[in-house]
Design a protein around this ligand. Structure first.
Ligand SMILES: [Zn+2]
Ligand SMILES: [Zn+2]
Length: 471
């Protein structure tokens, strides 16, 4: 049996994960994520696929981050009529993530069309609407961890823990015909061992080919305890000078994680109890999904839930639903912590908070997540003197503190360790989901330390692989 893998997205790039796996009988894709980038490129890349969605037998989702699931509504608009498989928690999270993404698309196009009208240009349509995203949810089917499902005559699927976000999975495909078989594992995104809330990533046995991410292929995360200390010091310093702490955060996982850490700091009296606002309805809804799927947390967190403790520390926190309430946060002059989406500062309420606070040196912007190239978040991390928000320049005068340790991605050591544990029988590693410098550093590290063939496929590159013969 010959198997073809086509790396259709997130190849030498972080966002827009989608990869096609084909045998002569079946055709499936792993993930169907949104590519993030400058607007024109965003629409161009996301509105077409390098395969025919009508010919697919299945789409398998690793997790509910939008760069992995966010282009499913487009897939369905283009004729996909098979099922989308994921864990039950991923399905529940997508229930909010996808319609929210549709809403963001509609809002963005409203803004674009306002500008176009002024310039006498024709109006454009969104990539997909909230309604189209809601319709896409009908195609979802769930599979629990460690259960195996035959997707087609020659492809079966098993999910293992990825330890990246709640519900995330390392996808394993077993491809088999009468006399040969192949096992492919897709560890994109891959989490970290020993992080609070989540279970550790699992390494499936007997993998022939491993597709793995490389977001932090060249970087090592700070120690989580040191990061906690840095967060406490940053909050205390900002509070002393009477400033606000603004934390751009992904509504999914990072918000719940940072809330957990801040609550721990308050409990341990490392910072004083100050008001915390989580601004955005999506974060509220996703937090509800977390509670409803508590079985997926690690044992310590599950035990806390059973004791009716509050492991995610909701007591000190105000969840801000409506826009008026959100705007009122601007009037607060005393120190507060505002956690708001979007994580890369490309859209959402965080833009208002940045606009209102970025020019005040008393304030601190705490960056706790990955910022892709060409995003406002990256420009803030790089401490550009002036940044544009809503098309207007603002001086970046507030303090910027970057803490990468809260990352839900494995770092260079974690990635290498995962490859080492998968080593038995492993024929080749394919490195995706990383900027080229990160991917290359990871590849060199694999070559130096593990002596396994590793390749960084280009976008739309196809590799043909031979299955191993059954004795
Ligand atoms: Zn992710
Ligand atoms: Zn990702």
């Amino acid at each position: 049996m010959t198997v073809a893998i086509k790396f259709c997205g997130a190849a030498r790039n972080v966002t827009g994960s989608v990869h096609q796996i084909s045998t002569n009988k079946s055709n499936v894709i792993l993930d169907c994520g949104l590519f993030h980038g400058p607007r024109d490129e965003y629409y161009r890349v996301n509105s077409s696929f390098s395969f025919n969605p009508q010919n697919l037998d299945a789409c398998i989702l690793s997790h509910a981050h939008i760069d992995h699931c966010g282009n499913i509504p487009t897939l369905i608009k283009k004729g996909f009529r098979a099922h989308i498989y994921c864990t039950p928690t991923t399905r529940d999270l997508c229930h909010y993530m996808l319609p929210d993404s549709g809403f963001v698309q509609e809002e963005d196009i409203k803004y674009v069309n306002k500008v176009n009208k002024r310039r006498g240009l024709p109006p454009r349509t969104p990539l997909y609407t909230k309604k189209e995203a809601e319709r896409a949810l009908r195609y979802f089917r769930t599979l629990d961890y460690h259960h195996t499902l035959a997707l087609t005559k020659d492809v079966s699927l098993t999910f293992y823990q990825a330890g990246h976000i709640l519900g995330s999975a390392v996808t394993v495909l077993d491809l088999a015909d009468q006399n040969s078989l192949m096992r492919i594992a897709y560890a994109v995104d891959l989490g970290r061992t020993g992080m609070p809330l989540l279970r550790n990533p699992e390494v499936p046995e007997d993998i022939d080919y491993l597709i793995i991410e490389s977001t932090y292929g060249a970087r090592k995360h700070e120690d989580i305890r040191e990061a906690e200390l840095k967060l406490a010091q940053t909050i205390n310093k900002t509070v002393r000078r009477g400033g606000k702490i603004i934390i751009p955060s992904f509504a999914l996982e990072r918000t719940q994680l940072i809330v957990f850490f801040i609550s721990e700091l308050i409990k341990r009296k490392m910072i004083k109890k100050l008001p915390i606002y989580v601004d955005g309805p999506l974060a509220v809804n996703l937090t509800k999904v977390f509670r409803a799927n508590a079985r997926d947390f690690d044992q310590i967190t599950q035990a806390a839930f059973l004791r009716e403790e509050d492991p995610l520390g909701y007591d000190n926190i105000t969840y801000v639903h409506d826009v008026q309430q959100s705007k009122k946060l601007n009037d607060i002059s005393k120190p507060v912590i505002i956690i708001s989406a979007s994580g890369m500062c490309e859209n959402g309420r965080i833009l208002h908070h940045l606009k209102n606070n970025i020019e005040n040196p008393k304030n601190t912007i705490v960056v706790i997540g990955y910022m892709a190239k060409d995003t406002l978040g990256r420009r803030i991390v790089e401490k550009n003197k002036t940044v544009r928000i809503f098309g207007r320049p603002y001086e970046l005068r507030s303090e910027v503190v970057v803490i990468n340790a809260f990352s839900s991605h494995a770092d260079k050591d974690g990635l290498l360790d995962y490859c080492r544990k998968s080593k038995n029988g492993l024929k080749q590693i394919f490195i995706v989901h990383g900027e080229l410098t990160q991917a290359e550093a990871f590849r060199d590290n694999i070559a130096r330390r593990l002596n396994i063939k590793a390749r960084i496929p280009a976008k739309d590159e196809i590799v043909y692989l031979k299955a191993r013969k059954i004795d």
